[in-house]
Design a binder for this molecule. Structure first.
Ligand code: ZN
Length: 248
């Protein structure tokens, strides 16, 4: 089975469409680690596009925010503004689709999906210490997570040593591969489709081929200016517009 794994699409239709074009023909099923909406200018079109693929999906904190399920005073003011804007934009059928999405972890054998971590859907897996708390809870060799918008992840070897996964897809190259050893444990972040924060503005995604035991990390350029122009028209915060071209 070849899974296309998407995370943190964040209402960015141009990024999503570009990723789907690049990945076309290379996967059998779509999985999503949450944050379909929030920040970006196309919540309805993005939800509708995602729904076309009948993905296995778990909710992110921005689904909860868009549905009014969280105290927005815990969000930073710019994220809050965008969340309120998204709440106002969402059409009823898309809102009920988002409301039907369950919290992770979700097992899709032979892998697991989470938004934040295996401990908590809202936890940021930032460093090795965070990852070391999650590894013992892993039910399959590979767990996919999002939330940090940083492509890469963590590995724990059989002897207990652990390290960072850094795909480092340089300019001019679009793919980096990770061979999975089923005796080890992996926490893999496919990166953000719609708002990367790892100093690379290109949309990120992963294809996991379970027969070949191969995780393929990808980056692809998309028409950022088009997304940004829509954000200007929607009067979304300038900082959220600028960060798309900075990739942070
Ligand atoms: Zn996110």
């Amino acid at each position: 089975m070849r899974f296309l794994i998407l995370s943190d699409i964040h209402s960015n239709l141009e990024a999503l469409n570009t990723v789907l074009e690049q990945a076309a023909g290379q996967y059998d099923q779509v999985l999503c680690c949450g944050d379909i909406v929030g920040y970006g200018p196309d919540p309805n079109a993005v939800v509708e596009r995602v729904r076309e693929f009948h993905p296995q999906v778990i909710r992110g904190n921005h689904e909860k925010a868009a549905l009014g399920m969280v105290d927005l005073s815990l969000f930073n003011p710019l994220a809050k503004r965008a969340a309120l804007w998204t709440q106002g934009e969402l059409e009823a059928s898309n809102r009920s689709y988002l409301a039907s999405i369950q919290a992770g972890p979700l097992d899709v054998p032979p892998l697991t999906l989470v938004h934040g971590s295996l401990l908590d859907e809202d936890q940021y897996l930032i460093d090795l210490e965070d990852a070391l708390e999650s590894f013992p809870l892993a039910r399959y060799p590979v767990t996919f997570f999002g939330h940090t918008h940083v492509q890469g992840g963590f590995v724990r070897l059989q002897d207990g040593r652990a390290g960072l996964l850094n795909p480092e897809i340089k300019r001019g190259s679009s793919e980096s591969q990770l061979h999975i050893d089923p005796e080890q444990r992996y926490l893999v972040n496919p990166g953000a489709v719609g708002q990367p924060r790892d100093y690379d503005s290109r949309a990120a995604f992963v294809i996991y081929d379970t027969e070949a035991q191969l995780v393929r990390y990808f980056r692809t350029s998309y028409p950022i200016e088009r997304t940004q122009a829509k954000m200007v028209a929607a009067q979304l915060p300038q900082y959220l517009i600028d960060r798309l071209s900075l990739g942070r």
